[in-house]
Design a protein around this ligand. Structure first.
Ligand SMILES: [Zn+2]
Ligand SMILES: [Zn+2]
Length: 321
């Protein structure tokens, strides 16, 4: 199982504030960068922290509000100027194609790499939008008023357990191709007898599920979508005192986000997208309101890195870039 971490490059909602860029959360998995939203300022952060402009990269856009997408043009332009050659994939709601293509055409971007844009249609019927041998990404709709908005889940596929060589020899399975098949979880036939992979494999290795939400009112169906997730990144634009504003502008308070996390029984809740009106003491209060509902809550900060443990028994590590 590979190393996995979440890096917050921007944690402010709507407008940037002192010390906080706009929404941009990056999941780093096996050297691959998976961006969830790309607010203005993302390229400064990527350059400042030397995250690499020619790495395998995907950008998942939750919705088309400016504070979540305006970082993409700058990032693509800088990637071109600094020699990116690898293709890049972008996923998002309908309209993302127009946005990227219009920008590319008007500014003559002409990058030496391919930009593959995937618009998400009918997420209820086709929730899985991307799949590799090791993980898949699925989407669920959120409630951000008139603006279509998604939550994304990166779900690792369970890996087969340790291969028991002695047991395989005892069962008379010849080394080679058949061992390989059993290691992949397949059944094999030896002298007319079927041997299942579970006869020679230990318990499956744990897999992880990371959920990244866009702007939203608290959505009941999200608790199901994020069920037992390792981490849930949820917006917390407001504290309880401004819950009417949260309702009016289709956002969540920290305690509303915590209620979803509690219901979903996630391991940890990571709050982000804070109103720029808030000072440190407001954010302390916002955190305590969430913790009253769900103790395992962390308030994201720009440059914060959450290292996700390989299995349940181990602790999440918080570091800073
Ligand atoms: Zn926003
Ligand atoms: Zn929004």
């Amino acid at each position: 199982m590979s190393a996995l971490s979440i890096i917050f490059l921007g944690t402010s909602g709507a407008v940037p504030s002192a010390g906080r860029y706009l929404s941009c959360t990056v999941c780093v998995r096996e050297g691959e960068l998976l961006f969830f939203d790309c607010g203005e300022g993302a390229q400064f952060q990527v350059l400042k922290h030397k995250m690499g402009l020619n790495r395998k990269t995907k950008i998942f856009v939750t919705h088309l509000h400016a504070d979540h997408v305006l970082g993409i043009p700058g990032l693509l332009h800088t990637m071109k100027l600094l020699g990116r050659t690898k293709d890049i994939q972008i996923f998002g709601p309908e309209g993302i194609k127009l946005l990227i293509e219009a920008f590319s055409e008007v500014t003559h971007l002409d990058p030496p790499f391919k930009i593959e844009i995937n618009e998400i249609k009918n997420p209820e019927e086709n929730p899985v939008i991307y799949e590799t041998e090791e993980y898949h990404v699925e989407v669920a709709p959120l409630d951000h008023g008139e603006t279509p908005c998604f939550a994304y889940a990166l779900v690792e596929k369970p890996k087969p357990g340790k291969f028991n060589v002695e047991r395989a020899k005892e069962l008379g399975i010849p080394e080679g191709r058949l061992w390989g098949m059993l290691q992949k979880g397949l059944s094999v036939k030896v002298s007319g007898k079927t041997i299942n992979s579970k006869d020679v494999l230990g318990p499956p290795k744990p897999s992880r599920k990371l959920v990244f939400c866009g702007d939203t009112r608290p959505v009941k169906s999200l608790a199901e979508f994020a069920k037992d997730a390792t981490t849930l990144v949820h917006e917390a634009t407001y504290k309880d005192e401004h819950k009417n504003k949260a309702r009016e502008y289709f956002h969540s308070t920290a305690s509303e986000a915590a209620t979803i996390a509690k219901e979903a029984r996630v391991k940890i809740l990571l709050l982000t997208h804070f109103s720029s009106r808030y000072q440190d003491e407001d954010l302390d209060q916002l955190l305590s309101e969430a913790k009253e509902v769900f103790e395992k809550t962390i308030l994201a900060q720009d440059d914060m890195v959450i290292r996700i443990p390989l299995d349940d028994g181990k602790k999440f590590k918080i570091e800073y870039l």
